[in-house]
Design a binder for this molecule. Structure first.
Ligand code: NAG
Length: 309
């Protein structure tokens, strides 16, 4: 384990920090305390996420420490070019500002930003799904609508070499971070279940090498409440905590983070699965479904034409 220091002031906290951090690498429910008395944020740093250049998707859940300072201007995660503070530096960042979730990225030719609706503060736990494919980005927060954006300019690749920072930055001076990626404070609360994939056909995984293990961090503790004590799975679903993941195991017919969405005939969760073949798109109908067939295929299930793959 490598621990680095940016400033002598941190020395006083070193012993406490090492103790807390050693505990933190063995816990999966990380609690972040925002900014300390010296102005440093609590954070965890994971190894650079490989192959993030063209595609990435993240899931995470969080619980806020309070509904005031935790929602003002707080980082959730950051990865990007650092040290120059230039306008064209690539980055991908997620945070909270004025009670809303803010997701931004810059591929080098301008910043794209999605801002959610205000968070529903009656929820104990918030769920975020976000992603990016070339210039197109999307953000889905809790039960809000999935919002999309397209980044400006002509560049399509995210070139970031930094570690993946969760909850805060290593630096004392966020001025050195790319413009458009700065949040004043660190995250205040618990972050559960961060998962990422950089290919549509991959499984989601926790960041870090080995998986789920941060390289360094500062002032991160254990969450007091277990995530399942905060989550209310609906419609008969059961909350399951397993390693670094927390999810609702839904009864047949329900899906979504809290089992609030009905499984339709075309969803992959549906039993029996739809029969559209050869890349046919399943489209629900009032009683059943139909398959929209790609060029060169036909039949009720697009089973004809194009030779077998
Ligand atoms: C949101 O929309 C994007 C782009 O249309 C899509 O790829 C993504 O799967 C959607 N996410 C969710 C959680 O609905």
């Amino acid at each position: 384990m490598q621990i680095s220091y940016t400033d002598g002031k941190e020395f006083a906290l070193t012993l406490i920090f090492i103790f807390i951090f050693n505990a933190a690498i063995n816990i999966t429910q990380h609690s972040f305390s925002g900014t300390d008395v010296f102005g440093y944020t609590s954070f965890l740093a994971y190894s650079t996420i490989p192959n993030i250049i063209f595609y990435c998707e993240f899931h995470l859940k969080f619980q806020l420490l309070n509904h005031h300072s935790a929602l003002e201007d707080n980082l959730i995660f950051f990865t990007g070019q650092k040290g120059q503070g230039l306008n064209g530096d690539d980055f991908l960042v997620l945070g909270l500002r004025d009670g809303k979730v803010v997701y931004s990225y810059n591929l080098g030719s301008g910043t794209a930003t999605i801002i959610s609706k205000p968070l529903d503060l009656t929820l104990n736990i918030h769920v975020i799904h976000l992603g990016r494919y070339l210039q197109k980005g999307w953000l889905k927060v809790d039960d809000q609508k999935n919002k999309t954006v397209t980044s400006p300019g002509r560049l399509v690749g995210l070139n970031v070499f930094s570690q993946f920072y969760l909850g805060g930055y290593h630096e004392y001076t966020p001025e050195l971070l790319p413009k458009g990626s700065r949040f004043k404070n660190g995250f205040q609360g618990c972050i559960f279940d961060v998962q990422v994939r950089t290919n549509m056909n991959q499984e989601f995984k926790a960041p870090g090498t080995p998986e789920g293990h941060p390289n360094s961090g500062r002032s991160v503790g254990q969450c007091k409440a277990s995530p399942c004590s905060l989550i209310r799975c609906r419609n008969g679903g059961k909350c399951v905590e397993s390693g670094s993941t927390v999810y609702c195991d839904c009864l047949a017919g329900w899906k979504g983070a809290f089992c609030t969405e009905i499984v339709t005939v075309c969803d992959p969760e549906h039993d029996p699965p739809h029969l559209c073949k050869q890349g046919g798109t399943c489209v629900p109908l009032p009683n059943g479904y139909t398959c929209h067939c790609p060029l060169g295929t036909s039949g009720i299930y697009c089973e004809q034409g194009m030779s077998n793959e």
